[in-house]
Design a protein around this ligand. Structure first.
Ligand code: URP
Ligand code: ZN
Ligand code: ZN
Length: 481
């Protein structure tokens, strides 16, 4: 059946124009004037934008002894209610566990997704098996991104040797490495020192992870990527130190992308000083929220294009789960929600304030990541031939965020009380109305896995070691010790 979205303004990352959008069999078949279709949706006064893509989520993840509260069904429903029609979740094998086994487990968990999804694969250790399985992950399983945790010592953290090996392998396979940039050794030392001094509350989380810890790891990962000859994507960029490293790398010609979270753009580190323990612990995530100076640099990066994508790192834990760390902040499961709020909060704090144009909003919420992950223009565009994943956006709609009305399964919301102007009116996923003005129509299982092709392994040519050859005609004098 065909659906016609009539009378709206189509907004892509590169242009906006008044146009109708015709959808058939899950695809956009035409964008133009005076089109006709069987079912008509009136988009007068609204923007018609690509559905949001959140490239950083953790559904039903076993992490720090707890399983994150939103599963693929409720996480994707939360996403749809906020205008996001696709998530990319992290498939995380335990160190030493087969990637292929972990992949099967994630596919199984994701069967109940109500919206489309894809995966990044985490490299949590290094061995000949990991080396070989990475090829199958790329060529057989449709995943072209590998995530590396430089933090979480003793759990998921990898060292520089492992990073370099994996980055080289990514270069060979045309895959893109991702890093969680924090120096896990230093964090562990600082955590121990703080606990020894009697700092046990959630504020200790932020003290133990200063911006330098992140900036050092970001710089290191960028240098290792340069030596390995691969591009790099840095997840959850929270501070000037990391932004500066990305800026310099870009200026030097490296392909490095940075992903701030919407939380970092509007929430600051004073949240960890809140006298209500549950409130402060609910904001514990890594890296932590920063001060105003760091917020400003993230906005500047989005405005100038040195930062590319706004994500959420949605990894929600209930109050009970957070209380595992009542006596020791290092035991508070790290993670917050945000999926259903990302687009309205970014629109309100970004577009309504004049920081971002509506086209830049589309770039940061869908088009840029679709290009980086090699799924554009199937995703991230309102274009004939693209998947019909669309959000009809009412720039005048108002909404006060409250946990009482959220779709996510947890009892609190880090944006509680935030007043949004600009919100989805109707959300269309693969050509079907998934959510309309509070009515969730998408069902568990409606989502599909999105496979992504690798890039050509051209970056290998840039590897520093490739340029090193034995100098000709140099006679070395034998030295006897
Ligand atoms: O605190 C966070 N970010 N939790 C989720 C795991 C991660 O590091 O991305
Ligand atoms: Zn992380
Ligand atoms: Zn994460």
């Amino acid at each position: 059946m065909s659906i016609l979205i009539r009378g709206g303004t189509v907004v892509n990352h590169d242009y906006s124009r008044r146009a109708d959008v015709l959808i058939e069999d899950g695809k956009i078949v035409a964008v133009g004037d005076k089109l006709s279709g069987v079912e008509t949706i009136d988009a007068g006064g609204c923007y018609v934008m690509p559905g949001g893509i959140d490239p950083h989520t953790h559904m039903e993840l076993m992490f720090m002894g707890q399983v994150s509260a939103d599963d693929f069904e409720w996480g994707t429903k939360a996403a749809l209610s906020g205008g996001t029609t696709m998530i990319v979740d992290f498939c995380i094998p335990a160190p030493g566990e087969s990637m292929l086994k972990a992949y099967q487990a994630w596919r199984h968990k994701a069967e109940k997704a109500a919206a489309d999804y894809s995966f990044h694969m985490a490299v949590t250790s290094w061995s000949p098996q990991v080396h070989d399985e990475m090829e199958a992950v790329v060529k057989t399983y449709g995943i072209n991104t590998f995530k590396h945790f430089m933090a979480y010592k003793g759990a998921l953290m990898v060292n520089d040797d492992e990073l370099y090996n994996s980055f080289r392998r990514c270069a060979q396979l045309g895959a893109l490495p991702l890093v969680h940039a924090e120096n896990g050794d230093v964090v562990a030392r600082m955590q121990a020192d703080l606990l020894a001094r009697g700092v046990t509350g959630p504020e200790g989380h932020s003290y133990s992870r200063p911006p330098e810890v992140e900036g050092e790891a970001a710089n290191r990962a960028i240098m290792i990527a340069e030596m390995a000859g691969c591009p790099l994507y840095i997840v959850h960029v929270s501070c000037e130190q990391t932004h500066d490293a990305i800026r310099r790398a870009k200026q030097a010609g490296q392909r490095v992308w940075g992903e701030p979270l919407v939380q970092y753009l509007v929430l600051d580190d004073s949240e960890y000083q809140h006298k209500d323990w549950d409130y402060a612990a609910g904001r514990v995530m890594s890296p932590p929220f920063r001060n105003k100076k760091h917020q400003d640099t993230l906005w500047a990066g989005l405005q100038s294009g040195t930062l590319s994508v706004v994500a959420t790192d949605h990894c929600s834990f209930t109050v009970k789960q957070k209380r595992m760390g009542l006596k020791n902040f290092t035991q508070i499961p790290n993670g917050t929600g945000g999926l259903e709020d990302r687009m309205p909060v970014l629109w309100t704090a970004g577009v309504n304030t004049g920081r971002l144009t509506k086209e830049e909003f589309v770039a940061a919420t869908s088009a840029n990541i679709a290009r980086i992950l090699n799924m554009y223009p199937k995703k991230g565009a309102v274009m004939a031939g693209s998947d019909a994943d669309l959000v009809i956006w009412d720039p005048k709609a108002t909404k006060k965020i409250t946990a009482k009305k959220q779709v996510s399964r947890i009892e609190y919301n880090v944006f509680e009380g935030f007043e949004c102007t600009g919100a989805p009116k109707t959300v269309i996923s693969r050509g079907k109305i998934a959510w309309v003005e509070g009515d969730m129509r998408a069902k568990a299982g409606d989502g599909d896995f999105v496979a992504r092709e690798p890039n050509a392994p051209a970056h290998v040519a840039n590897a520093i070691w490739k340029g090193i050859t034995q100098p000709k005609g140099v006679k070395r004098v034998e030295v006897t010790p």
